[in-house]
Design a binder for this molecule. Structure first.
Ligand code: ATP
Ligand code: MG
Length: 564
C-alpha cells in the first residue's frame, strides 16, 4: 500500500487513483477540494445522492473540503424552496459543507469581467443571429459549421454591444455573446458556444433584478470551479464532450487555478426515474403526492419512506464508481435498507387485515401486561408492554379452516403460538350470513407463556394485537412507482408516465397496532413482525391519526418466523 492509499480506508476506484497520483506528483500542494453543484430547479434524487457521497466522501477521506455550490444560472426555473430542500437533503444524508456554501451567482460580477477580457483578447464576440440561424450555421456532426457574419466585429464594437446587452438595451434573444473558437471543430461544443444570453423580466432568487444577462452553464461552471480553488471537478459522463470547452476557458483566461474535470457514469436505478425534469412532471401533473411522496426516488421521498441515510450511503458505496453506463437493480437498494433496519429498527406488532379472536377461557375484563423485547438480538433496545386480553386480532391471512401441515399458522382444531404470548387453539369459526369468517373462538393454554411445555411441539408463530387496547392505524403499502425497469428509456412510448404502476399505493385503513406505538415519533421506523419495515409518516400522523408507510418488505418472511 502506498502512503497515499493509506490515507483512506475505502476501496479504490478510478477517481481515487487519479487523485492519489496527483497527490503523489505534488499537484495542488497535495490538497483536495471537490464540489457538489446542484441546480436549484428541483429536489435531489438518488442519483444526486451518489454524487454527494462521492464528492463529500472524497473530501472527507483526503482531509479536504467539498463545496456546496448552487449552479443558479437559469433563474426562470429556479427558486429558494429548492435551495432549502437541497441543503436539508445533503445535511440529512450526513454531510457538512461547513462554511463552503456558494452560489454561481456570487460570481456574476467576476464572470462579467472575464467576459470583457475574452472580448479584449479577441476570444469572444457579440452575435446577432437568430436562434434559428445559429442552429443552421452550427452545421452537423458530419458537416462543418459556418462563421457568423458578426464574427469579425472589432473589439471596440463588441465591448460596446456587450455593455449594451448588460445595460438592457436589447430584447431577449436578439444578441448573444459567443466564444470565438472554431466553427469547423468536430466537437460541436467548440463551435463558438454561447457565453451570455439576454433574459429580461426574471427576478433571480439571489441577485433579484440586478442582471438582465445570464452566463451559460459551460462558461460558468469551469470558472466557478477555478474561483473556488476546486482541484477535482467530478461530473457525469455527459459532460465528457464539454471538457475541451471547460479547459479552453481556463486556458485562454488568466484564472486562479485549472481544476481537473473527471467524469463518471450516472446512476440509473431500475423501475425509477433520475431526471429532475421528469420528476417535476410527476409533481406538477399531480401523479404523486409531491416531491416527498414516499414512492419518489427523491432523497426527501426516501426519507419520508423511512430509508435510513446510512443505508443510502452504503448503497452508494456498494454500487461503486465506474465509467460504464449501467442501471442498478432496485434489490441492491432494498437489501441495504433491510440490512440496516434489521439491526436498528425496534420490533412491534401490527395486524394489517384484522380478524377477531375471542379466547373463551380467558376471563372477561382481565388484562395481563406481557413484556416483549424491542429487538431479538439487541437487549440494549429494551422491552415493551403488550397487553393480553380476551379479545384479540390476528391477520386474516394467518387462518384457514383447513390446511395441510405446510401452513404453519392457525387452522381449525389446531394450535399456534401468539408471538410473545401463549399458545392458542382454534375451537370454532363464526361466519356471517354471506359465509365470510368474522370471528374465531379459541382457547389458550396458560402453561405456554414464553415457551412450549416439555414434549409439546407448536411450530407456527403468528402476530396479534389486543382488540380492546390495540390502536387503529392506516398503513400504506408501496410498490414500485413504475412497472417498467427503464421507464425513462422506453423508445416505444412518447410519455414515460404510461409506465406508472397503478397499484403502487394500497392503503389499508382498518389496521390494528399494538398500543406501545400510541406516541410514536413521526419518522420512526419499526419492524412490524412478519410484515416488513414501516415508518410513521412525518406528514400524515397528526391529530391522533396514525399512518405508517411500508419502507420495505421482509425478504424470507417465513424462513425467519418459522425458526422463532
Ligand atoms: P437532472 O438530469 O436530474 O436534472 P442534473 O445533472 O441536471 O440532473 P444537477 O442539479 O445539475 O442536475 O446535478 C448536480 C450534480 O449531481 C451534478 O454534478 C450531476 O452530474 C450529478 N448528478 C445528477 N444526476 C446524477 C445521477 N443520476 N447519477 C450521478 N450523479 C448525478
Ligand atoms: Mg445539470
Amino acid at each position: 500500500m502506498s502512503e497515499v492509499e493509506a490515507v483512506t480506508s475505502k476501496p479504490s476506484n478510478f477517481i481515487r487513483n487519479i487523485i492519489n497520483a496527483d497527490i503523489a506528483a505534488g499537484k495542488n500542494e497535495g490538497h483536495v477540494r471537490t464540489r457538489f453543484p446542484p441546480e436549484p430547479n428541483g429536489y435531489l434524487h438518488i442519483g444526486h445522492a451518489k454524487s454527494i457521497c462521492l464528492n463529500f466522501g472524497i473530501a472527507n477521506d483526503y482531509n479536504g473540503e467539498c463545496n456546496l455550490r448552487f449552479d443558479d444560472t437559469n433563474p426562470h426555473k429556479e427558486n429558494v424552496e429548492f435551495v432549502h430542500s437541497i441543503k436539508e437533503d445533503v445535511r440529512w444524508l450526513g454531510f457538512d459543507w461547513t462554511d463552503h456554501q456558494y452560489f454561481a451567482s456570487d460570481y456574476f460580477g467576476q464572470l462579467y469581467t472575464y467576459a470583457v477580457q475574452l472580448i479584449e483578447q479577441g476570444d469572444a464576440y457579440v452575435c446577432d443571429l437568430t436562434a434559428d440561424d445559429i442552429r443552421e450555421y452550427r452545421g452537423t456532426l458530419t458537416e462543418a459549421g459556418k462563421n457568423s457574419p458578426c464574427r469579425d466585429r472589432s473589439v471596440a464594437e463588441n465591448l460596446a454591444l456587450f455593455k449594451g446587452m448588460r445595460d438592457g438595451e436589447f430584447p431577449d434573444g436578439s444578441k448573444l455573446l459567443r466564444a470565438k473558437i472554431d466553427m469547423a471543430s468536430p466537437n460541436m461544443n467548440m463551435r463558438d458556444p454561447a457565453i451570455y444570453r439576454i433574459r429580461h423580466g426574471v427576478v433571480h432568487h439571489q441577485t433579484g433584478s440586478e442582471w438582465c444577462i445570464y452566463p451559460m452553464y459551460d462558461y460558468t461552471h469551469c470558472l466557478s470551479d477555478s474561483i473556488e480553488g476546486v482541484t477535482h471537478s467530478i461530473c457525469t459522463l455527459e459532460f465528457a464532450d464539454h471538457k475541451p470547452l471547460y479547459d479552453w476557458f481556463l486556458d485562454v483566461l488568466e484564472v486562479p487555478c485549472h481544476p481537473l474535470q473527471i467524469e463518471f457514469s450516472r446512476l440509473n436505478l431500475q423501475y425509477s426515474i433520475t431526471s429532475k425534469r421528469k420528476l417535476t412532471q410527476l409533481v406538477d401533473d399531480g401523479l404523486v403526492e409531491g416531491w416527498n411522496d414516499p414512492r419518489m426516488s427523491t432523497i426527501s421521498g426516501m426519507r419520508r419512506r423511512g430509508y435510513p441515510a446510512a443505508a443510502i450511503r452504503e448503497f452508494c458505496e456498494r454500487i461503486g464508481v465506474t465509467k460504464a453506463d449501467n442501471s442498478v437493480e432496485m434489490e441492491i437498494l432494498d437489501s441495504c435498507i433491510r440490512e440496516n433496519l434489521n439491526e436498528t429498527a425496534p420490533r412491534a406488532m401490527a395486524v394489517l387485515n384484522p380478524l377477531k379472536v375471542v379466547i373463551t377461557n380467558y376471563p372477561e375484563g382481565q388484562t395481563e401486561q406481557l413484556v416483549a423485547p424491542n429487538h431479538p438480538q439487541d437487549d440494549s433496545m429494551g422491552t415493551r408492554i403488550l397487553p393480553f386480553t380476551r379479545e384479540l386480532y390476528i391477520d386474516k391471512e394467518d387462518f384457514k379452516e383447513e390446511a395441510n401441515n405446510k401452513f404453519k399458522r392457525l387452522v381449525t382444531g389446531k394450535e399456534v403460538r401468539l408471538r410473545n404470548a401463549y399458545v392458542i387453539r382454534c375451537d370454532d369459526v363464526i361466519k356471517d350470513e354471506a359465509g365470510d369468517i368474522i370471528e374465531l373462538r379459541c382457547s389458550y393454554d396458560p402453561a405456554t407463556l414464553g415457551a412450549n411445555p416439555e414434549g409439546r411441539k407448536v411450530k407456527g408463530v403468528i402476530h396479534w394485537a389486543s382488540a380492546e387496547q390495540g390502536i387503529k392505524a392506516e398503513i400504506r403499502l408501496f410498490d414500485r412507482l413504475f412497472n417498467h425497469p427503464h421507464p425513462d428509456n422506453d423508445k416505444s412510448v412518447d410519455d414515460f408516465t404510461v409506465h406508472i404502476n397503478p397499484h403502487s399505493l394500497v392503503t389499508l385503513t382498518e389496521c390494528i397496532i399494538e398500543p406501545s406505538l400510541l406516541d410514536v415519533i413521526p419518522g420512526a421506523v419499526y419492524q412490524f413482525e412478519r410484515e416488513g419495515y414501516f415508518c410513521a409518516d412525518s406528514e400524515l400522523c397528526r391529530d391522533g391519526k396514525l399512518v405508517f408507510n411500508r419502507t420495505v418488505t421482509l425478504r424470507d418472511t417465513w424462513a425467519k418466523t418459522e425458526q422463532q
